[in-house]
Ligand binder design. Structure first.
Ligand code: F6R
Length: 658
């Protein structure tokens, strides 16, 4: 069994977010352990697997594992490799069967699951090569039926799966059992769902290159395992997890079939758990501590769910919706309403850098110094304008010294034909103007020649990556000029962890932290803005944030003298990715007028390589400017529904305190 205590089983019964985690009432039909983060959760799962392997070794028996690929199990495999290297865990008695493989797929392709398993686990432990099995993506179409039968027979001959590890798709798939799969389905060739292909397209360099089919173990094959553990990290998985754990068993969410398994466990992080009733509305499940954070969360939830402005909520509304103990504490709804309303009101400001000569007691930012140095960190070259373009513009217009630190080059997100166009341009430009720079011409000619002949899924050369990086650099500069900020204030940091040429990035290194520290020390900012995508376990944004947090932490500690700039440095987090902060968490909301929103759109348009069919579209088919506008309008809409002023759009921030 899992040994490390998950948050959900912590002795004080409190989650880190303050809610009860051992529910008096449970809505959950699947045992679910919630951990603070994927790392702690993965460690616990890896230890369960290790214990099982050792137990079987003790019995002189093989340990039959069903394994998954994707981003979720990577941290589990990393811990298993560590256990092998540092604690002598042997895999000699392990026999494994992977869930699935794209079809068709060559085993040595960058995206093959065969290759994935070797790179993540098999090549680093002592499992005999004959002991691991991954469905064969090269099998002839007319032999697939025979192959899948044989695959199931091999599992049965081995004695059945002792343990099945699973991830979950954003649409609820387990293995590649897409919505519509039957509970009695067996290993077979499946057509992939559009959303699955869209998510995978990131690895394949676009949707057209992404396979349409996969061989997958069936739902029945998975349910036959003696033990099943499903992993899920990040808020993207939250809605589908809620359905699987709390909803009815339905083919539209295949993970819900796991409700029928007698020995299943979901191991998830807090972000993935965020839609579960015990996390979202803990007061409906058990007694809670009504601190200010919980009160704001509950009152805003009540107001939005009843579709009633906060100031119109009545005692009856509180009583009817599981909040009578809060009422008992406060006396009457009126007092709670006013208190929460005022707090929300104070988050709204048109002065993100502080309002000079104004009382700042109830303002999100300090009035002084009136002119601040602001450093916006942008993980990719367009996150500054997409996620906080309105605030960026205001900071500049209100006279602050604004700098942008572009953390990564973003070079893998430029389409080949776009790079080819620019390479051609440079060659022709040099020719037309008689510029003789043989080296520059050679670089661009080589890049152009390479791109013309490039095969699907081939990795770019260093030179092509530099061409692509330059394109994105030019776009970022163009945005700065558009906002009015000098391009001298655009700092291209090219953090090394990003420069792998692949979707898979290197881990954060000392060199990355140093680049961030150097820039902060150079600018000495009063305000830092960073993409606060805390729950994006494997993404670039999270690595960029980790680097900033580490850099700020070290700098804050490095000098305690009163005049040291870091003591006056505040860090504001914006949400870089798809989601927005929960309204109860927002500490600064910067409104935009229709004109300001339109200006922001034009600023986003400067990133032409990220428009009209981007390389990394993901599952959201909207363009970046549409996502940004809809999100900013939605935030303003929520404030308005709560009974606050009606704005066209709003950008939202949370202050990160140390
Ligand atoms: C992979 C598999 C899939 C993934 C799922 C989640 O072998 O069968 O079901 O587990 O698509 O993928 P990630 O973990 O990348 O979010």
């Amino acid at each position: 069994m899992i040994t490390d205590l998950p948050v959900a089983d912590a002795p004080n019964n409190q989650s880190v977010s303050g809610g009860p985690v051992q529910s008096a009432i449970t809505y959950e039909k699947i045992p679910t352990h919630i951990y603070v983060d994927a790392k702690a959760a993965s460690r616990a799962v890896a230890h369960e697997i290790a214990d099982l392997i050792r137990q079987r070794q003790g019995e002189g028996k093989p340990c039959i594992l069903g394994l998954a690929t994707g981003s979720s199990p990577k941290t589990v495999y990393a811990e298993l490799v560590r256990l092998h290297r540092e604690e002598g865990l042997s895999f000699r008695n392990v026999v494994s069967f992977n869930l699935d493989e794209y079809y068709p797929m060559e085993p040595d392709s960058l995206q093959s699951y065969w290759r994935f398993m070797r790179e993540q686990l098999f090549d680093h432990v002592d499992i005999p090569a004959a002991n691991y099995h991954v469905p064969d993506g090269t099998i002839r179409y007319d032999r697939v039926a025979e192959f899948v039968k044989h695959y199931e027979d091999r599992i049965a001959e081995a004695g059945g799966l002792d343990f099945q590890l699973l991830g979950i798709g954003g649409n609820g798939h387990i293995g590649f059992n897409e919505p519509g799969s039957l509970i009695n389905s067996h290993t077979r060739l499946m057509m992939l769902d559009h959303s699955t292909r869209a998510a995978a397209s990131v690895d394949f360099g676009g949707l057209p290159r992404t396979p349409r089919k996969a061989i997958t173990m069936g739902v029945a094959s998975i349910l036959a395992a003696k033990r099943v553990v499903l992993l899920a990290w990040g808020e993207r998985k939250a809605p589908v997890l809620k359905g699987a754990v709390e909803g009815t068993v339905t083919e539209t969410n295949p993970a819900s079939y796991l409700q029928t398994h007698p020995n299943v466990l979901f191991v998830i992080d807090e972000a993935a758990a965020s839609e579960l009733t015990r996390m979202k509305t803990p007061w409906l499940v058990d007694t809670v501590v009504w601190d200010n954070k919980m009160i704001k969360k509950a009152v805003t939830f009540l107001s939005l769910s009843l579709n009633k402005p906060i100031l119109k909520l009545t005692d009856r509304d509180y009583n009817d919706n599981g909040m009578s103990d809060l009422l008992a504490q406060y006396g009457q709804a009126y007092d709670i309403n006013i208190d929460v309303f005022n707090q929300l009101q104070h988050t709204i400001t048109g002065w993100p850098g502080g309002k000079p000569n104004a009382d700042d007691t109830n303002r999100p930012e300090r009035a002084l110094p009136a002119k601040k140095r602001c450093l916006i960190f942008s993980p990719h070259p367009d996150d500054d304008i997409i996620s906080m373009g309105g605030t960026f513009q205001r900071l500049h217009d209100q006279g602050h010294e604004v700098h942008v630190g572009y953390q990564t080059s973003g070079n893998i997100a430029v389409a080949d034909d776009e790079a080819l166009r620019f390479a051609d341009y440079v060659v022709d430009f040099n020719r037309q103007f008689g510029i003789k720079s043989p080296e520059a011409t050679r670089i661009f000619q080589d890049a152009a020649a390479y791109l013309r002949a490039k095969k699907d899924n081939e990795m770019d050369t260093d030179e092509v990556r530099r061409v692509k990086g330059l394109i994105r650099m030019g776009e970022a500069k163009s945005t700065c000029r558009f906002v009015g900020v000098s391009v001298d204030n655009a700092h291209f940091m090219n953090m090394p962890f990003y420069e792998t040429g692949k979707v898979e990035k290197s881990p954060l290194s000392e060199a990355d932290v140093k680049v961030v520290m150097d820039l902060i020390e150079k600018i000495k900012p009063h305000q830092i803005y960073a993409a606060g995508d805390l729950a994006d376990p494997h993404g670039t944004h999270k690595v960029c944030l980790d680097a900033i947090m580490e850099a700020v932490h070290r700098l804050k500690q490095s000098d305690a003298t009163p005049e040291y700039f870091m003591k006056d440095c505040w860090v504001w987090l914006y949400r870089g990715a798809w989601a927005e902060w929960d309204v109860s968490e927002i500490q600064m909301a910067v409104p935009m007028s229709p004109d300001q929103l339109m200006k922001k759109r034009l600023g986003i348009f400067k990133h032409q390589s990220q428009k009209d069919g981007v390389v990394y579209q993901g599952t959201d088919s909207r363009e970046f400017w549409q996502r940004a506008e809809e999100r900013n309008r939605a935030t303003a809409g929520i404030y308005n529904r709560l009974g606050l002023a009606e704005y066209e759009a709003m950008e939202a921030f949370v202050r990160w305190k140390f």
